[in-house]
Design a protein around this ligand. Structure first.
Ligand code: BEZ
Ligand code: FE
Length: 293
């Protein structure tokens, strides 16, 4: 409740420019959930101070309301504009960082994004996940390990990527085969995984809505560097949500959602002697609950 007590309300309880934060926060009832009260009081404080600091004009706030309205209106199944807004403002990566402080050596998290689909069929190690026959084939191979280097058995590795034209299957229903470039793999006692997909390509996030307009107004491009998504879940370990990025991608240092971390840039080498054009080796190191930095 510290935000509520941080400035005094007017004796009348009426709102003024000077007492705005305290007056609004003092309106909260006594039995509000303590965390909700803390979050809302802090939000009100920062919103009011933002408006004050920037001398927000009525026209600007009207535009803000209209922008948020349009952001909500374009949302539908498969299109979550508020996630794009959070991602492009760096808020998703900040919340992710705050909630995933791992010790050195553990694989880092990055942004989840809006294109994961729960329920993808479990595949056999080595299986092909590219179902549209497009793109340059790539073997993805490595191990799931704990922080001591021991293999993790029974780890569920959920993978997803765009197709060679830069679209996820859920963006093109009826055009791409269902579950194109997706798969779930479960490690055995050796902790090893492998599957065949395509060497990922960079792509623009959906930019035909208000977030795309915002990026254009800020002279920002909408591209993400090429990456493969992973979600690794294993009993007794923290959930890992991450990507591997293709080294040398022109957008690595300007990812529109700020998702790149140095440790996640993976080798993509020519798949010499194998059945695929490319090969990417990467080990995932899981932290246990409580293992933190
Ligand atoms: C993605 O990588 O799938 C993604 C992440 C954030 C926004 C849009 C797409
Ligand atoms: Fe992606």
């Amino acid at each position: 409740m510290s935000e509520q007590a941080s400035a005094s309300t007017s004796p009348s309880g009426f709102f003024t420019e000077e007492n705005s934060v305290a007056t609004v926060n003092a309106r909260m009832g006594k039995d509000v959930d303590p965390r909700l009260a803390e979050v809302m009081a802090c939000l009100v404080k920062h919103l009011h101070n933002f408006a004050r600091e920037i001398n927000l004009t009525q026209d600007e706030w009207d535009f803000g309301i209209d922008f948020l309205t349009r952001t909500g209106q374009i949302c539908r199944h498969g299109r979550q504009e508020f996630i794009l807004l959070s991602d492009t403002l760096g808020l998703s990566m900040l919340v992710d960082a705050i909630n995933n402080r791992r010790p050195p050596g553990a694989t880092e998290n990055t942004v989840f994004g809006p294109f994961h689909v729960e329920g993808c069929p479990i595949r056999q190690m080595g299986d092909q996940i590219c179902l549209d026959g497009k793109g340059e084939s790539c073997l993805f191979i490595g191990r799931v390990l704990d922080l001591d280097g021991n293999p993790v058995a029974g780890a569920k590795i959920d993978v997803w990527s765009d197709n060679a034209e830069g679209y996820y299957d859920v963006q093109q229903p009826g055009i791409q085969p269902k579950w194109n470039n997706r798969g779930v793999f479960v490690t055995g006692t050796d902790g090893r995984y492998s599957f065949v997909g395509i060497k990922p390509v960079s792509y623009p996030i959906p930019d035909d809505g208000p977030v795309g307009k915002m990026l254009a107004s800020l002279v920002r491009h909408p591209y993400r560097p090429a990456h493969m998504h992973y979600m690794v879940r294993a009993e007794g370990f923290q959930k890992l949500v991450t990507h591997t990025f293709v080294g040398g991608d022109p957008y690595l240092e300007s990812d529109t959602v700020f998702g790149v971390k140095k440790t996640l840039v993976a080798p993509f080498t020519r798949g010499e002697g194998g059945n695929t054009l490319w090969r990417s080796d990467f080990d995932f190191v899981l932290a246990r609950p409580g293992q933190t930095r």
